[in-house]
Design a binder for this molecule. Structure first.
Ligand code: NAD
Ligand code: 6OD
Length: 486
């Protein structure tokens, strides 16, 4: 059985209060190990360690030295790939075939992706005329913000945590990470890697625990935290923003979505089916960018629905190590209950269950796990709760539409605004519709195709701010203007 300790100032630290909680494998509900919950003392120690690290060798390093260390971290994650993969698959239950292509490679890449942006980003400069005729020169100068709290979710644990830790460290900050209580393993393992690569003590810290009255709340309330970057539910984001208001700390919020997929009759239908299948069902539907509302132009509605049902029927549920499996369990029993409550609600709200809708029989060994069936509904009203609320499970509703104007209205008729996927071979239409989507990200004839130099983030209740490329640089640094009178 494993033990997951906090990682503070370069050392693994047990909970001083002795408080631990169980980490369970959602495949079969078996116990993976016990997690040491950080109390106020451990959280304060982690923040202090990060603050001190900014005054130590880390704070004096050149950008090139920092980047060279972070490249080592990326390489070391790749050298210990199997351990990261094993840890991530145990915590989440996801198929190894998926985690080995998405989670772990991106976890490593996030430490390299920002080095070029940093190295190539120009600084601003303005010459100012002055009455004495001699002028003044203004030069923009970026400095690290200081101590960054990174609060991350369970759906892509390593990927989403390093997506923030990578640029934060590249910009010279120190971090205190609060990974999700559901997925403590890879953040902990990364502590070992940081030590192996010579990242100075206190630069990377991990505190385990929950949100309210636990590590999450203690961390966001700590006045020595200079900025908070969060990924998770919109409601949690609102609470964290209230904490951040004390002391006017900066925030970056990457929150929930209820993303539309729009399938026009002039699409390549096989491409659209393949992409929509991925966007609705990969990672058991637990992707913030996932498509939960699919709108299909009426002439191809029946054909598209039939093809989606055929493909859903082919999904292979199984253990992470089953090389044929492409569909795992949900992350936890608690999340299973939430998703099943939406499965019941959909029926109460009048949905036709086209496929799925329940709990699969996985056999005696796995029936205790967090398994649910991949599900497609039709027939829900536009104002049904299942159409309005994020389920975050392997399910989508498919509905016909008749005109471009109508579908733009339907797609935007949501409090969220994370992303949209448009399927059409008509490029003018693609651009026209993309421009009208109220979302931070729009894909045309693809989904989750990522270029880490681009902006990432949500509109409306899907978030505040943008990260990625130069946007990460802007969030993780403080820009100061130096005005030099000549
Ligand atoms: P969550 O909001 O429940 O938890 C996220 C993190 O916040 C966890 O570490 C949790 O312990 C912590 N937390 C909870 N309450 C807190 C509090 N009061 N103070 C401080 N920390 C607190 O989210 P989740 O269930 O882990 O993740 C799923 C959600 O995340 C979905 O809504 C999904 O859409 C969203 N998400 C968004 C993105 C994005 O990039 N926009 C990416 C992935 C997931
Ligand atoms: O690819 C990324 O950088 C990213 N932040 C993905 C988010 C996925 C949400 O579940």
């Amino acid at each position: 059985m494993s033990e997951f300790k906090n990682f503070i100032n370069g050392e693994f630290v047990a909970s001083a209060s002795g408080k631990t909680f169980a980490n369970r494998n959602p495949v079969d509900d078996s116990l993976i190990g016990m997690v040491h919950e950080a109390g106020q003392a451990e959280v304060d120690a982690a923040v202090q360690a990060a603050k001190d690290a900014m005054q130590g060798p880390w704070g004096k390093m050149t950008q090139a030295e920092r980047i060279s260390l972070l490249n080592k971290v990326a390489d070391r994650i790749n050298e210990r790939f199997e351990e990261f993969l094993d840890a991530e698959c145990k915590d989440t239950g996801k198929p190894r075939s998926i985690a080995s292509h998405i989670d772990i490679p991106r976890g490593a890449a996030n430490f390299k992706a920002f080095s070029e942006t940093l190295a190539n980003h120009p600084t601003e400069g303005f010459m100012l005329d002055t009455p004495d005729g001699k002028g003044a020169m203004n030069v923009g100068h970026r400095v690290p913000k200081g101590v960054i709290a990174v609060i991350s979710p369970w759906n892509l644990p390593l990927l989403l945590m390093t997506w923030k830790v990578g640029p934060a460290l590249a910009c010279g900050n120190a971090v205190v990470v609060k990974p999700s209580e559901e997925t403590p393993a890879t953040a902990t393992l990364l502590g070992e890697v940081m030590n192996e690569c010579g990242i100075p003590a206190g630069v990377y810290n991990v505190v385990h625990g929950f949100g309210p009255d636990s590590a999450g709340a203690f961390l966001t309330a700590n006045k020595d935290v200079d900025a908070i970057t969060f990924t998770g539910e919109t409601r949690t984001g609102e609470i964290i923003m209230q904490s951040a208001a004390l002391g006017l700390r900066d925030i970056s919020m990457e929150c929930g979505g209820k993303n539309p997929g729009i399938v026009f009759a002039d699409c390549d239908i096989e491409k659209a089916v393949e992409g929509t299948m991925r966007s609705a069902f990969v990672n058991c539907g637990q992707v913030c960018l996932g498509t939960e509302r699919v709108y299909v132009e009426r002439p191809i509605f029946e054909q598209f629905l039939a093809r989606m049902k055929e493909e859903v029927a082919k999904l292979k549920l199984g253990r992470p190590e089953d090389s044929e499996a492409n569909f795992g369990p949900l992350v936890s029993q608690e999340h299973k209950e939430k998703v099943l409550s939406y499965y019941r609600l959909a029926v109460e709200e009048g949905a036709t269950v086209e496929i799925g809708g329940g709990v699969p029989d996985m056999g005696a060994e796995l029936n205790g796990g967090a398994w649910v069936e991949p599900t497609i509904w039709t027939g829900l009203a536009d104002d049904a709760r299942v159409i309005k609320e994020e389920v975050f499970g392997p399910c989508c509703h498919i509905r016909p539409f008749d005109s471009e104007e109508e579908v733009i209205h339907q797609a935007n008729d949501t409090d969220y605004g994370l992303c949209a996927a448009i399927w059409t071979e008509n490029s003018s239409r693609a651009i026209r519709v993309a421009q009208q989507m109220e979302a931070g990200l729009v894909w045309v004839n693809s989904w989750f195709l990522r270029d880490l130099r681009t902006s990432f983030g949500g509109a409306k209740q899907s978030g505040i701010g943008r990260e990625g490329g130069v946007h990460s640089l802007e969030f993780y640094t403080e820009q100061k203007n130096i005005c030099i009178k000549l």
